[in-house]
Design a binder for this molecule. Structure first.
Ligand code: AMP
Length: 398
């Protein structure tokens, strides 16, 4: 295959990130990356920098809505200043029960993904909007949906099935798992020596853990939605359903409309809980570490709960895998928060997880386990865009 410029789009609630790769037979070179950030504000940021980090675009435009934001990206890519893309890969958080494979985007596929927006309400609405706009603004260009749920397709039914009445299971209520593109990128970087029994902890603003056996996902902490699993920046993680019912009934006292009440509940469990809810300060680990330095007890409790929920999850996955060869930390916290890694591993010695404090005292890629640790512990940054490009190249060739 000749080298082709492939655009990767990764849209979030307030930002659209993008990168362009030159991809040919086995060759991948990032040409540039950029973002429009602060959508919905007058003080947006729009930047593009080349592979060497040199800023090619650096603006602070008003970004009243996502239409203005994405048009800005499309206009820049049509300006002639950059190579025009030959194909686009869209990071797609959730395709629902019917869209399980990475595939070419058609208007019908977008409708199908949108019909399950309730499964990933923070991500799907903006993603389907950007897909439709990309088809309109780049007519004729092949666009592909690359799913975060794809990696988890190997989870057995005993893991994916929910203990609920069958009528709801039939509606697609099951465990899907997320962060799959990040997990795929860790496996890619471990090639050709992928350990048989592997746990990866993707700890970012959203956080999850995956148990991987012989390179295939066995279990992961996020379930139907990215709100499940371990505690995240602003999400509850798994929680007693009685808590959700209690909060819903409280909300219903002042919000009689059922759908409105459900939306408010959604905001509570997805945007106001987790590290933010417990600390009442921040969903951001750096802010919490600063507060802990100043003696803030709520920040301490939030961070302790974070480590506790992850350590418990790792312990249960060691049981599921019947042992462990390697533990990998990734994501913004996993890569950079030295203290979180130490706190999570502190009580896991009995499972063979022993950190070397000096080796752990780093940010970015490293081996951090002690020489006598039965389990190897590593830090590996994710390369999600590269995985999206790889899938696009494969799908273009089919
Ligand atoms: P992500 O969603 O992967 O971008 O990760 C975001 C999270 O990583 C936030 O909680 C940040 O506070 C955390 N993070 C990023 N850099 C650092 C750092 N140097 N030290 C501690 N936490 C960090």
């Amino acid at each position: 295959m000749p080298s082709l410029p492939i655009l990767v789009l990764n849209s979030g609630s307030s930002s659209i990130k993008f990168s362009m790769y030159e991809a040919g037979d086995g060759r991948r070179a990032r040409l540039f990356e950029g973002a429009v950030d602060g959508i919905g504000t007058d003080l947006g940021k729009f930047w593009i920098k080349d592979a060497a980090g040199k800023k090619l675009v650096d603006q602070t435009p008003a970004l009243p809505n996502r239409a203005v934001a994405f048009k800005m990206v499309a206009d820049a890519l049509h300006s002639g200043q950059f190579p025009a893309p030959a194909a686009i890969g869209h990071r797609t958080v959730c395709g629902g029960p019917t869209v399980r494979d990475n595939q070419r985007i058609t208007p019908a596929l977008i409708d199908e993904i949108e019909s399950y927006a309730a499964l990933a309400p923070l991500h799907t609405p903006i993603a389907v909007y950007i897909m439709r706009e990309a088809l309109r603004l780049f007519p004729g260009l092949p666009n592909f949906a690359i799913l975060d749920t794809y990696f988890h397709r190997t989870m057995p039914e005993v893991v994916t099935h929910m203990p609920i009445p069958a009528e709801y299971s039939a509606m697609g209520v099951r465990r899907y798992g997320y962060h799959g593109i990040s997990y795929e990128s860790i496996l890619m970087q471990l090639q050709p020596d992928v350990p048989q029994k592997l746990i990866v902890a993707h700890l970012g603003n959203g956080a999850s853990v995956a148990a991987i056996r012989n390179g295939e996902c066995l279990d992961t902490s996020m379930g139907l939605t990215p709100t499940g699993g371990i505690i995240s920046g602003s999400r509850t993680g798994d929680i007693d359903p009685g808590v959700v019912l209690f909060i819903l009934k409280k909300i219903a006292e002042t919000t009689p409309n059922t759908l409105e009440a459900a939306d408010k509940l959604e905001t509570v469990v997805s945007k106001k809980s987790g590290l933010l809810g417990v600390s009442e300060i921040s969903n951001d680990m750096r802010g919490l570490r600063d507060a802990i330095q100043e003696g803030n007890a709520k920040a301490r409790l939030a961070v302790d709960k974070f480590a506790w929920t992850i350590a418990k999850c790792i312990g249960s996955y060691v049981a599921e895998l019947n042992g462990l060869d390697m533990l990998v930390f990734t994501g913004g916290i996993g890569e950079n928060d030295i203290a979180s890694r130490a706190e999570i591993c502190a009580g896991l010695g009995a499972l063979g997880i022993v950190l070397d404090p000096a080796r752990n005292n780093v940010r970015g890629e490293a081996l951090i386990s002690a020489d006598n640790s039965p389990v190897t512990v590593r830090v590996i940054p994710p390369l999600e865009d590269l995985i999206i490009v790889n899938h696009v190249v494969r799908l273009l060739g089919e």
